[in-house]
Design a protein around this ligand. Structure first.
Ligand code: NAP
Length: 333
């Protein structure tokens, strides 16, 4: 059986995770990496994997002949621009995670993919992605809203978006932000109260900040706690630390999350609840593993003559699995 040929487009934390996840598969192979900064990537990966500039699409598509290209650029600027362009030439999988822009991204990718006859799997990873699926299933089974909590462990979950936001503040040299779920809010949902939470009712935020020499700490603190959307609605704790303390305390990208739905069934209202908990030692590596399974599905959808955009909600789970239908029937049902 020939292996599914995969290209990584964009090489950062998630791109690195995709390379490692592909190496664990038997049915897929990494045939090349494309990047806006190929010299940087070559330095990191050496000669083992060919690296080409992303800009000359025709050249790398001819050289690598990918079945699927996994787009590992950022959601804010890279994916909305690269996605519709690249899907004109290759089948794509992306981890677009701007929840408020989902319809726009879906329609842009769907139109471009239908025009080229390619498949675009969009917005996959753990959230959006497998958590979207769990929310949808819980709602379909129980008819209630499903809630998402993040950072259930003592350390909390590292939010890369909020850490980036802290680093944009004048006087901040480096920073990390950990999200903590509020235990009482989790219990309210478990009790089936279906509360109408505001953002600050479910999570608190903890910031570790390295200030530049001579920076005004009080000004930084005020800018953080008043930042609209990111911190203003939340109870936020700030620790000013040295770069060494940050490096040792805040290494890696741990994260976790819990989808919960609580409702009732039947005329006597028996309690019924669903929980789905993911704990990741490395958020980008976990995201990458989900992306790789969806690349397998994208290749299968394309082979089945499908085109257009698909989300995690549109893909049969068997398409994600390396196992045959006979194996799934015998061991996983
Ligand atoms: N759905 C989910 O559950 C989920 C979870 C986590 C993350 N995500 C998404 O994944 C996206 C990518 O995350 P990430 O952590 O991989 O972002 P990242 O490390 O910042 O990488 C994003 C892009 O920046 C460029 N880059 C990375 N390091 C660089 C460097 N040292 N110098 C110059 N350019 C560099 C790379 O593009 P070039 O190689 O082209 O330069 C890379 O593709 C996020 O924006 C987020 O939307 C989704």
């Amino acid at each position: 059986m020939s292996k599914t040929r995969v290209v990584i487009a964009g090489y950062g934390n998630v791109g690195r995770g995709v390379r490692q996840a592909l190496a664990k598969t038997e049915d897929m192979e990494l045939v090349g990496i494309v990047s806006r900064t190929p010299d940087r990537v070559k330095k990191e990966v050496g000669d083992a994997i060919p690296v080409l500039p992303i800009a000359d699409t025709a050249a790398w598509v001819a050289a690598f002949r990918p079945d699927v290209t996994i787009l590992c650029g950022g959601s804010k600027q890279d994916l909305p621009q690269q996605g519709p362009e690249l899907v004109q030439s290759v089948c794509t999988v992306d981890s677009f995670d701007n929840h408020s822009q989902m319809p726009e991204h879906f329609h842009a990718m769907d139109a471009a993919a239908k025009a080229s006859g390619k498949v675009a799997v969009i917005a996959t990873g753990w959230d959006p992605g497998i958590f979207s699926l769990e929310r949808t299933l819980a709602n379909a089974f129980l008819g209630v809203r499903a809630y998402g909590f993040y950072g259930m462990t003592e350390k909390g979950g590292l939010s890369m978006g909020h850490s980036d936001a802290l680093r944009t503040i004048e006087g901040v040299q480096d920073a990390r932000q950990y999200t903590h779920a509020i235990p009482e809010a989790v219990e309210q949902v478990r009790r089936g109260e279906n509360p109408d939470f505001k953002p600050g009712d479910m999570h608190t935020r903890e910031c570790f900040i390295v200030a530049k020499p001579g920076a005004d700490l009080e000004k930084i603190r005020k800018t953080v706690v008043e930042m609209p959307g990111y911190f203003a609605p939340y109870k936020t704790t700030i620790h000013f630390v040295t770069q060494e303390e940050l490096n040792s305390k805040c290494a890696g990208f741990p994260h976790d999350g819990l989808v919960i739905a609580s409702g009732t069934t039947g005329e006597v209202h028996h309690s019924a609840s669903v929980e789905y908990h993911c704990r990741w030692g490395s958020n980008p590596e976990a995201t990458a593993s989900v992306l790789v399974a969806h690349a397998r599905a994208a290749a299968r959808l394309f082979k089945a003559g499908r085109s257009g955009a698909f989300t995690s909600l549109d893909i049969p789970p068997a398409y994600l699995s390396p196992l045959s239908q006979e194996e799934l029937l015998a061991h996983w049902m």
